[in-house]
Design a protein around this ligand. Structure first.
Ligand SMILES: Nc1ncnc2c1ncn2[C@@H]1O[C@H](COP(=O)(O)OP(=O)(O)OP(=O)(O)O)[C@@H](O)[C@H]1O
Length: 205
């Protein structure tokens, strides 16, 4: 399995953000997207994960191969931690939720309503969902927001286990995850150029 992105152009709110983006992530590899706020990392991740259409280019994998975790946690507040994970295990028809509870140290919280968790605990639950999906490609947008140092280590450990199992990961983060083996792609060189005006006077009307 590999994720190959070729000459991808992406837009947000109808405005081109990045263009000419190409990369390959092989099974067992992680690729970290870097770049300043607003440069288009989220837009690129959402497009690769199939949540919005590309302006141009190819994504060489079906979206069914991917699990996406973005800024909103996708957590059902009235369900317990265990029920949340069981819900996703049922949706994705995967097996036990125990490895996910274990990976993110959620056993002590499993009967708590998810709505009563702290921000970092909610984030751990949202990331545990990735384990439960059983999908080989993890697409993660700022996965460590709200996580303390030990939870960041938990996350890095979960990613390593995923990679060892033949999975791959594409993520955007501003912090050092301690995943020294991850490759880094700076997206700044792919900033989309402003479209040429074919009606210069008209642009001022
Ligand atoms: N819903 C929206 N409608 C229009 N423009 C948007 C929308 N969401 C984001 N943008 C703009 O699109 C551009 C790319 O945003 P994006 O969220 O992809 O950047 P980012 O690199 O992920 O930023 P950050 O590091 O702050 O998370 C930014 O200029 C942003 O202001």
């Amino acid at each position: 399995m590999e994720l190959t992105v070729t000459d991808l152009a992406v837009a947000r709110g109808g405005v081109p953000v990045l263009e000419g983006v190409s990369f390959t992530v092989m099974a067992g590899e992680a690729l970290v997207l870097r770049g300043p706020n607003g440069c288009g990392k989220t837009t690129l991740l959402r497009t690769v994960a199939g949540l919005q259409p590309a302006l141009a280019g190819q994504i060489g994998l079906e979206r069914e191969a991917m699990a996406y975790a973005g800024h909103s946690d996708g957590i059902k507040a009235v369900l317990s931690v265990r029920e949340n994970l069981q819900f996703w295990a049922d949706v994705f028809a995967t097996g036990s939720i125990e490895p996910a509870l274990e990976a993110f140290d959620l056993n002590g919280l499993k009967d708590r309503p998810a709505g009563s968790l702290s921000a970092g605990q909610k984030r751990r639950l949202g990331l545990a969902r990735m384990v439960v999906t059983g999908r080989p490609v993890w697409v993660l947008d700022e996965p460590t927001v709200s996580l303390d140092v030990s939870a960041v280590e938990m996350f890095a450990g979960a990613v390593r286990t995923h990679l060892r199992g033949g999975g791959l990961a594409l993520m955007a983060t501003h912090i050092d995850l301690g995943l020294d083996e991850a490759r880094v792609l700076d997206v700044r060189p792919f900033k989309a150029k402003a479209p040429a005006l074919d009606d210069f006077d008209g642009a001022f009307l």
